[in-house]
Design a protein around this ligand. Structure first.
Ligand SMILES: Cc1ncc(COP(=O)(O)O)c(C=O)c1O
Length: 387
């Protein structure tokens, strides 16, 4: 066996509970998984027929920036639905928005530079910054603020000359919070005043509930040159396996991303890009049906968690709840383990999303309504036994 073959960079990456969880949940059929954030809806019929129709002409690489037809359609969508003044030249199509996160940071962060990331926040940001030998600097997201970003913490975390990027995510994974326009305006001002780029991760933009409204930071006045917006087909159209997402932003950064994209994956899958063009032609009623379905599931799960005595924020967006389990006297890791063993319900410890996630767990409600009812029944019993 080769000695020392695994790089230090890889060896030091934190292990992810998600992989293990998927494995266990896949092996034991009795387990109900509220773990992964993957839609259980089918993609729109137009997407499936697109695959059948286009398979034979999609066997070659696509242009590294993405096929023109898709970039044009995405730019139109961004102008119309997000009020972002986009053109096809300012869009790059990637292998899901995950790859957008990676290549945006590759093009903007030098070794030793700092990137502000939400904590708790999506588990990808931190390791990606570390892979690039940058420093992820967590800014705390607090339950007391209803999981709304606190701009003062951003101000305090800025290290002049070293802070290069602020990552924001709305609607949020894992908290389900949707950032308010006022918060976005404040962060935008901070970014402009300090010459910092904002990466606005909007993978869940279409799933907002109640009074919450999704606002794209790049639509705000005077901030467009400071924002790269990431969106995805994965959640909106239940197309996670197609691996197609995109970034839009200032030409200088998008052009740098096009350059680096050749060295990561060359291009997003050609067949998926054709399917994405057809996804954008889907009737609005498809997305609205999914949104309503999630809203119904989210409010049920929220009610059930509160009835168990677990304090939980009202669902605003994405398809996650992030209840507080501190009154049960166990760590979030232990609680998740107990739920898996005693209730056969898979959930994720809040610590998967950063150290400030301790005392919380993430539940995904991208699962059938009946399964959520059953999972809540089982959890209720297990929680009662812990008290
Ligand atoms: C906040 C957030 N951003 C980005 C992604 C990446 O999704 P994809 O690469 O499928 O577009 C995810 C996936 O769960 C996510 O939760």
């Amino acid at each position: 066996m080769l000695r020392g073959i695994i790089s230090k960079r890889e060896s030091e990456l934190p292990p992810s509970a998600m992989g293990n969880l998927l494995k266990i949940a896949g092996e034991d059929k009795k387990i109900i998984s509220l773990g992964p954030g993957e839609p259980d809806f089918l993609p729109p019929p137009g997407v499936i027929s697109s695959v059948k129709r286009n398979a034979a002409r999609a066997t070659h690489y696509a242009p590294t920036e993405g096929i023109k037809e898709l970039r044009r359609a995405v730019a139109r969508k961004l102008r119309k639905e997000n009020r972002i003044s986009a053109s096809a030249d300012n869009v790059i199509i990637t292998n899901g928005s995950n790859e957008s996160i990676m290549i945006t940071l590759m093009c903007t962060v030098d070794p030793g530079e700092e990137v502000l990331v939400p904590d708790p926040g999506f588990m990808d940001y931190r390791p990606v910054v570390e892979i690039l030998n940058g420093y992820p600097i967590p800014y705390k997201i607090s339950e007391e603020d209803n999981f709304e970003l606190n701009p003062d913490l951003i101000r305090e975390s800025i290290n002049p000359g070293r802070t290069k990027v602020i990552v924001i995510n709305t609607p949020s994974n894992p908290t389900g919070n949707v950032l308010k326009r006022k918060t976005l305006e404040e962060v935008a001002d901070i970014a402009v005043d300090n010459n910092i780029l904002v990466i606005a991760d909007e993978a869940y933009e279409k799933f907002v509930y109640g009074k919450a409204k999704h606002v794209s930071m790049a639509s705000l006045n005077g901030v467009q040159d400071n924002v790269i917006t990431l969106q995805s087909f994965s959640k909106t159209y239940a197309m996670t396996g197609f691996r197609v997402g995109y970034s839009v932003g200032p030409g200088k950064i998008i052009n740098a991303m096009k350059k680096v994209h050749i060295y990561t994956s060359i291009s997003a899958p050609t067949l998926s890009q054709f399917a994405a063009v057809d996804a954008l032609k889907t009737r609005k009623s498809y997305i609205e049906k999914a949104r309503k379905g999630y809203e119904r599931r989210g409010s049920l799960l929220h009610k059930r968690l509160e009835e168990m005595g677990l304090q939980c924020n009202t669902p605003e967006g994405a398809f996650y709840l992030f209840p507080n389990i501190k009154n049960l006297g166990v760590s979030s890791g232990k609680f998740s383990e107990l739920m898996l063993k005693r209730a056969k319900v898979a959930i994720l410890p809040g610590t998967e999303f950063g150290k400030h996630g301790e005392g919380f767990v993430r539940l995904s409600y991208a699962t059938a309504y009946e399964k959520i009812v059953e999972a809540a029944d089982r959890m209720e019993k297990a929680v009662k036994n812990m008290k």
